[in-house]
Design a protein around this ligand. Structure first.
Ligand code: SF4
Length: 174
């Protein structure tokens, strides 16, 4: 299953691979897809152009984990995405519901899509409990941050992918 934001992307990722272009994986919300918890997005012009040119494929790990949109926001409780992958922490939403299994499923489903695409790099949305790179919300739902990666970022990095945040991309490119 590919995050589709209302359009079919699975065919385009297959075509991209066969054309042997360098593929970049991007958080779907950075390409303007309304997949954020509040049904919003974080569109970046450069990323939308990469998608239009067939240079990027989209993933939304939270949607791929079966969570609806809109949905209550979620945060990693202790540590970061690596701790969740190692079974040492969990992810709960602001209503106190445990959504760890959704996030694990979404991270692995995103990973499967990335592997099929042949991509080696990803640009992911900063601070998200799924996509965050380097910094994530601290689990208190107060807007405070802590060091660490979201669960999908952690899985990508463990697997040898180069992962940068949208903020790094804006500063330095890929
Ligand atoms: S940050 Fe990641 S999980 Fe959150 S809405 Fe964007 S693509 Fe989906």
């Amino acid at each position: 299953m590919t995050y589709n934001g209302g359009e079919s992307l699975s065919g385009s990722s297959g075509n991209i691979k066969s054309e042997n272009k360098e593929i970049i994986v991007v958080s779907a919300c950075l390409a303007g897809r309304n997949c954020r918890f509040d049904k919003g997005s974080h569109p970046m012009q450069e990323i939308m152009e990469m998608v239009e040119e067939g240079k990027a494929i989209l993933v939304c790990p939270e949607q791929l984990g079966g969570l609806p949109t809109p949905r209550p926001p979620s945060e990693i409780q202790k540590g970061d995405g690596d701790d969740v992958l190692d079974g040492k922490s969990r992810i709960v939403n602001v209503k106190g519901q445990d959504v760890t299994n959704n996030f694990i499923k979404g991270a692995f489903e995103s990973y499967r899509i990335v592997m099929e695409s042949g991509a080696k790099k990803a640009i992911l949305k900063s601070r998200s409990p799924a996509c965050g790179v380097g910094q994530i919300y601290d689990g208190s739902f107060t807007g405070s941050l802590k060091k660490g990666n979201g669960i999908a970022s952690a899985l990508f990095i463990r697997s040898g992918f180069k992962v940068i945040s949208d903020e790094e991309f804006q500063e330095k490119g890929v």
